[in-house]
Structures are given as structure tokens and as C-alpha cells.
Design a protein around this ligand. Sequence first.
Ligand code: SF4
Ligand code: SF4
Length: 408
Amino acid sequence: MATVHNWHLGRDMEYQHPGGAYERQFAAVFNINRCIACQTCTMACKSTWTHSPGQELMWWNNVETKPYGGYPSGWDVRTLALLEQANPAGQVWQAAPGDDSAPYGRFDGQTVFEAAPAGERVLGFIPEEADWKAPNRYEDHATAAPAAGVSLPEHTGWFFYLARICNHCSYPACLAACPRNAIYKRPEDGIVLVDQERCRGYRKCVEACPYKKTMYRPTTRVTEKCIACYPRIEGTDPLTNGEPMETRCMTACVGKIRLQGLVEVGDDGVWIEDPNHPLYYLVHEERVALPLYPQFGTQPNVYYIPPRWVPRNYLHQMFGPGVDHAIDAYTRPSRRLLAVLQLFRATQQIVFSFDVEEGSKLGEINVGGEPLEIFDDVVVGFDRNGKEIVRVRVEDPLVERPTKLNSI
Ligand code: SF4
Ligand code: SF4
């Protein structure tokens, strides 16, 4: 065992292996407020990687309706219940936001590693076969019929769509649990892979992953998981001339909810300060995007801008104590945040830094009874060599067509 720093928890913890020195870490931000559950991401992944015999029930990318849906069924509530059982009334946060090494405060409860039963490395469970059979059960099920006249910030009847992939965790539970050392994390980008030659299909990773993103394939009797489309990240797709490209699920996203990147991480596991990197900016500067169930302890690398209309106690459990700040920041975005949000799905290439070219004031809109100034700004994205790859205006120009131009 090694002592590692988990900045999501704001404290050190014990982990099976020492934290690695990674050149970069695969990471992404998903804006839940924009997902329409079209499942284009799901099918983009499936048609690329999991369309063969034995992979029928395998959805590396899935989009589920919360609070009732889940793939596999109950993946999160069952893990939360196991943790509560192991540490009754102890799964609590000391929410006192600090620096980059403890931005959400300190989690005083137990992680899936700390709550592991004697003789086990991780607390978990293996879903039943039936749990994998309906990836979109409870689609569009709300908690109640909406009351007349409800308005933001919170609704009494609600649901939302949660898009999920493997988090390529900094401290992967799947990797910690594997008795064959068949799972590894690549030093160049932190992508977590299963060595298909070494795997013997013991399913310890399936039991351990609290997000249930390792999946057993009965035809080959080994486990498979999301590979973060690593050939694209390596730049082998001719479309981008050798430059790193985002994954299939990201680039296919119709709702423009996803932005993926490669962030720099220090030896202590904390992201290296880089306010001009769009993901660093969203996660650390604005703190508008939060990890999913940080209390599990794996330090997942997919971050979510939480949905504005959902009761806060539900969101606190799912995303930790940073929720209130994140929703406030998203609801009344700063000038710079509004610009960075336009980078979502503006290019297939990975953006390594951004700049905002400031324009003149266009006007004001009303947000929550207060004026919000809107400017004619342009956000520019750059590749890893500092070359410009995308430029987007924050406000689309309004064009009124002269009536005489009507060709009918
Ligand atoms: S989400 Fe699960 S499968 Fe993916 S790296 Fe984390 S523990 Fe492993
Ligand atoms: S493609 Fe985008 S909008 Fe559609 S379901 Fe997937 S994440 Fe949501």
C-alpha cells in the first residue's frame, strides 16, 4: 500500500500502488444542463468498439435518466449503500473550500478502498446479469408531475440525463483490485487499459469499479472497458494530421455538452496550474465542473457541470459540496466562462489552451433579476504547439434578411 494525495477528498489516502508520474491526464467536462439524451454518443462508441459477438450488453458510453435509471441497474445506490453500511453516518464532508489540493473541503468518510472488507482490496459488488440487460430503463421518468408555474433554480418534479464513460481515474479501483496486474494506466496520458493477454476474467475489476465501467465478455472470457479512443488521442487519425483528436463519443455529441482534453498533473496528483487550459479553467479556476461521486475515492477524471433544476441535496450526494458554487457560477457566467463554454464541440482536435479576444458591449440580459452584460467577444483555441485551431464568436451576429430578397 502507498499513501497518495486525493485532491477531490482534500486529504491523503491509502492506495494499492504509488501515484504515477503522468506526462498528461485524459480528462473531460460534461455539461449536464445541455444533454438531450439523443444517445448519439452511445451509438458512436458502440459502432466503433463494441459491435461484435459477446459485446451485445456492453455499453462503454451510456446515458441514463436520473434518479431512477442506471446502467447497470442501481450501480451507484448499491455502492452508496455498501459504504453507508461499512461506515454508518460517517460519510460526511467538512466543506471548507481550499486551494487546488482541497477545492471542495475535506471528506471525512471512507472510500471504496478504506471500507474494503478484510482480505479484499476494494469494497464493491458484481451486478446480476439482468442488471446489464436494460441500459436505458426508466428513460424520461420524472420524480413527479411538474407543478404548475415552477421555475428555476429548483423543481419539485425533476429528472436529468447523466452521460457516463470510464473516468480513467487517477486511482482506479479496477486496477487496484486486479490480482493479475492486467490493468494499467498509461504514463503518457493516464488512460486506463486492460491487457487482454494477461486478463483471466476473474471479474475482480467488475466488482471493484464503483462506476461499473469494466465489463465482462462471455465469448472471450476476459474483461473489456473504454479505451478512450487512444488511437485518436495519439493522433493516428489522418483527419487531424497527427495532432491529438477527441474521442468518438465526444466529437459525435449533438447537444455540444462535452469538451475533452489532456491536462498536466504534478507528482502529487494535483493538476498543474494552467489558467489558459480550458479544462483547468473550468475545474479549478471557475470550479463550475465537479467530479462524479468523489467520495468513492478513485479521483475520476470526467467532470460535470451540475443541472440547475435538481434539488441540492441530491446533487450534493452526487457531486460533493462544490455544487452550490458551481450552479451559481454557471447561472451567472463570468465574461471569460461564457467564452470558454463556446469551445464545447467547436473542433475535433484537442484544445490545449485558449484566449479571449474582447469586443465591444452588445447589451444586457436579465438573469435572476440582475443585469448581465454581453460582449462581442471571440474565443480562440490552440493546439499543443500553440497553433490556432478554432475561433468562435460568443454571440452570433443577428442578421435580418431584407424582405425583398425573398426568392419565392
Ligand atoms: S471508472 Fe472504473 S473502470 Fe474506469 S478507471 Fe475508474 S475504476 Fe477503472
Ligand atoms: S450525444 Fe451528447 S447530447 Fe446526445 S446523449 Fe450523448 S452526451 Fe447527451
